[in-house]
Design a protein around this ligand. Structure first.
Ligand code: HEC
Ligand code: HEC
Length: 242
């Protein structure tokens, strides 16, 4: 069985830890080759755990006596989800990507971490903020940002640069949530005081809300930071001409 994923993932895995497993090999492998040893499997598992930012118990049930794990049990639904992901990732690498006219040599391989980057649900920062805003408004989105910034700084899990937060606000504006968009843009303007982009967004949302004075003020601020924004000059001329 050609197993691209296995080959590439194993190459990057750390050495298997010396855990006290039963002497017999794995009993319930549906994706991995059944002749893999416990040590090889565990090396893969460490890679999973790291890619998702979770521990073994996220996918494996404990033994009834609470000591150790029943690794072959499928009782934990996360294990089945991970299995689906194994087949999906394999499909991406072997079937879907091979539709390309030309591939890199060696081929670039998608692994769990390519998408997950250390989080269970591989959402981008702006997707996390948007979700929070839908649940609890702009304040919840900012709380979400602060939480992620504090807990995932330098992990590579989220992109904290200016553009990502502007995208969250732009998506809210596109959904008509202009008050919320303005608050998120304002937060980003505070983080990046020399960037005009958040002010352009604020101006657009004020315009959409029918607040010409608010829009003019925001566009003027944008132009004071970047005088080359012809689009903003045009918007201002139009608003002043009304
Ligand atoms: C993200 C989910 C996930 C995490 C986290 C995870 N596993 Fe697994 N584990 C699986 C899946 C899925 C299988 C079955 C693979 C298959 O069907 O080929 C499995 C199978 C196993 C098996 C083989 C069991 C058998 O008898 O068939 C062992 C041993 C194992 N895992 C150990 C671990 C250890 C140790 C950790 C923590 C370092 C861990 N796993 C973390 C999902 C996970
Ligand atoms: C191409 C991107 C991609 C790759 C590669 C990928 N995943 Fe996922 N994974 C996702 C997405 C998207 C979801 C969320 C699906 C949803 O809930 O809508 C997800 C969800 C999951 C979940 C369920 C999380 C939850 O809390 O519901 C598990 C477990 C998981 N992935 C494990 C893995 C493992 C293990 C690998 C590597 C074998 C992997 N994923 C590879 C995109 C990916």
């Amino acid at each position: 069985m050609i197993n691209l994923l296995k080959t590439f993932v194993l190459a990057f895995s750390l050495a298997a830890p010396s855990l006290a497993f039963a002497q017999d090999g794995p009993e319930n492998l549906q994706y991995f080759p059944t002749d893999m040893t416990r040590e090889e499997i565990v090396a893969e598992m460490r890679h999973f755990s790291f890619a998702l930012g979770v521990r073994c118990q996220h996918c494996h049930e404990r033994n009834p006596d609470g000591r150790g794990f029943d690794f072959s049990s499928d009782a934990n639904p996360n294990k089945e989800k991970a299995r689906v992901m194994l087949f999906m990732t394999d499909q991406i690498n072997r079937t879907l990507a091979s539709n390309l006219a030309e591939r890199s040599n060696p081929p670039v391989v998608v692994i769990c971490k390519t998408c997950h980057r250390g989080s269970e649900k591989p959402r981008l920062l702006w997707q996390e903020m948007l979700l929070a805003a839908h649940e609890g408004g702009a304040e919840a989105a900012i709380d979400r940002f602060d939480y992620l910034r504090e807990n995932y700084d330098n992990t590579g899990t989220y992109d904290f640069r200016e553009q990502e937060v502007n995208v969250a606000a732009e998506e809210l504006a596109a959904e008509g949530m202009h008050e919320e968009a303005i608050i998120i843009f304002q937060m980003n303007a505070g983080r990046f005081p020399s960037s005009e982009a958040p002010w352009v967004g604020i101006g657009e949302s004020y315009e959409a809300l029918g607040d010409a004075a608010g829009a003019i003020e925001a566009y003027e601020k944008a132009l004071s930071l970047n005088a080359n924004r012809r689009d903003v000059i045009g918007r201002l001329e139009e608003l002043r001409g009304q």
